[in-house]
Design a protein around this ligand. Sequence first.
Ligand SMILES: Nc1ncnc2c1ncn2[C@@H]1O[C@H](COP(=O)(O)OP(=O)(O)O)[C@@H](O)[C@H]1O
Ligand SMILES: [Mg+2]
Length: 294
Amino acid sequence: MADREVEKGSLLPSAVSDERGQWDAIDPDDILLSNELLGKGAFSEVVAGLWGGTPVAVKKTEETGVEEFHREQETLCALRHPNIVLLLGVVPSRLWIVFERLGGKVDVEMVAKNFLTVTTVACDVAKAMAYAHSRGVIHRDIKPSNLLEDGRGAYKVSDWGLSRFIDTERRMSGDTGTYSFMAPEVIKSERYGSKCDVYSYGILMWTLLTGKTVPYPVFTPEQAADGVAKNVLRPELPTHVNPDFTKLMQSCWDNEPSSRPDFREIATKIIAIDAESKMRKKEKLPKKKSSFWG
Ligand SMILES: Nc1ncnc2c1ncn2[C@@H]1O[C@H](COP(=O)(O)OP(=O)(O)O)[C@@H](O)[C@H]1O
Ligand SMILES: [Mg+2]
C-alpha cells in the first residue's frame, strides 16, 4: 500500500501504512487525548480524543495485552461493515488502536422495555456476525458490554481482542469469553468453531429480552459452567414473549454446535421477526388524521 498523500488544507492528518500493509499507522502527535475515560478492561483503557478534529476512542493496551492488540487490529483490518466498530488506525509504538467514537454500551434493562429495540439490537448483531463469519472471523466474546450504540439508532459489535480467523483444519480449543455466554464446547475446552458465537448470541437474545445480565443468579460461576457443560442448565424461558424469537433463541443455545443455525439463517429470521413486530406496532397505532393533502 502506498503512503497516502493528504490534500492541502485537509483536516485529516497524515496516516501512513505499516510495512506489512495491514493497518494505517497514526502519528500520536496528531491525536488530542481528553481526560474522559470511556471504559476500562483487563488489558486496556479506552479514552476519548480528537484526531484531526474527528471524535475518536483510543484503546490504550497495556504490554500484557500485546496479543489482544495484534489480534484486534488484524481482525478489524479485514472487516468493514456498518454494524462493526470502525478502526481508523493504530499507533503501534504505544499499542493504541484508534476507533470511531461511539456512544455507550447497550443497556439491556432499557432495551428489554421495548420489543422493537430488542429486535433492532438482535438484527444489527446478527448482520454483523453473518458478515464476520463469511470473512472467516469468529468473535468469541459476544455479550452486551461489547455492543455499542452509534447515536443514530444502530448498534455495533466491538472488542475484537479475542477474535480469531477460523481455522478449519485444526479447530480452536481453549478458554475464552465470559462464562455465562460461553458455549459448552468452549467450557469443556473441546475443539470449537464459529458456532460458539451462535451460542453466545442465544444468551445475548435472552439478556435483551429479559433485561437481566445474569442468567443463573443462584449458582456460582463454576456451578453454572458445570451445568451448561453437562447440558442440564440453560436460562429460564420468559413467558408471554414472541414464540418465533423464543424458538430461535433456544436453537442458538442448542448443546450440539451443528444443530445451531448459522448467522445467515439467524439474520434472515430475525429481520422477519423485526419487520413483523414493526408492522403490528403500526397497526395498533391510531390512524393519523387526514392531512391537507388527504
Ligand atoms: N469506539 C468506542 N467508542 C466509545 N466507547 C468505546 C469504544 N470502544 C470501547 N469503548 C468503551 O470502552 C469499554 C472497553 O472497551 P473494549 O473494547 O470492550 O475493551 P476490553 O477488551 O477491555 O473489554 C467498552 O465497554 C466501552 O464502554
Ligand atoms: Mg469488552
